[in-house]
Write a protein that binds this ligand. Structure first.
Ligand SMILES: [Zn+2]
Length: 208
């Protein structure tokens, strides 16, 4: 990929060339502790939303740095295997389906790709979990961060639906998004899944 050649591969923290997160800086990335809630039963955010993680996700989103996706996926996998081994075993045994939060196709086309899907696909493969795209965004939504809680819910109401190509099945889901902001998007997606026979829905986000 030509863009990868133009994009310098330096550590986001110490600027050393080679990796986007060099081996010594990887250890310094603050890990976010998971939390239990009523609905969903479990929500895990892997990293604190520090400036380095923010820049990396921004570059992935807007500059199409594909090898950065690989590296973030590897880093996420490593963190899950180290810090959340028990959950991983549970997801594997209970056949959790790894599911990305969808991007509306207008935005999808504009950028050419959905970074959540790309990251999610790589992480799911690393974790040996089945990956599926079962949710679709039915209409464009306004950016959530500009809105109040009430407006956010209104904005997202009916924004997501279950794919017509798939039959809803009693199934466990691991719902994935890159950033946990307010959790409203994930909750709305969770509700759609529950209306379509979902058993347990867990949340996994890269940063919070
Ligand atoms: Zn470094």
């Amino acid at each position: 990929m030509l863009l990868n050649l133009l994009f310098p591969r330096n550590c986001y923290l110490c600027k050393k060339p080679g990796l986007y997160f060099c081996t010594s800086c990887q250890k310094k990335l603050p890990i976010k502790k998971h939390q239990y809630r009523n609905n969903p039963e479990l929500s895990i955010s892997l990293f604190a939303y520090t400036p380095a993680i923010r820049s990396a996700l921004h570059d992935l989103k807007y500059r199409f740095v594909t090898d950065l996706a690989q590296e973030l996926a590897t880093l996420s996998t490593k963190t899950i295997k180290t810090h959340y081994k028990d959950f991983l075993v549970h997801w594997q045994k209970q056949n959790f389906v790894f599911l990305p939060v969808p991007l509306h196709r207008h935005r999808h086309n504009y950028r050419g790709f959905n970074q959540t899907e790309i990251l999610g696909k790589l992480i799911a493969k690393n974790l040996k979990l089945q990956y599926k795209n079962l949710l679709i965004r039915s209409r464009p939504t306004r950016p959530q961060y500009k809105l109040s809680k009430k407006e956010r819910l209104q904005n997202l109401k009916k924004a997501f639906s279950f794919s017509k190509k798939e039959h809803p099945a009693p199934q466990n889901y691991l719902l994935f998004d890159d950033i946990f902001t307010t959790g409203t998007t994930l909750s709305v997606c969770c509700r759609v899944l529950k209306q379509n026979k979902a058993l347990n829905v867990h949340f996994l986000t890269l940063a919070r």
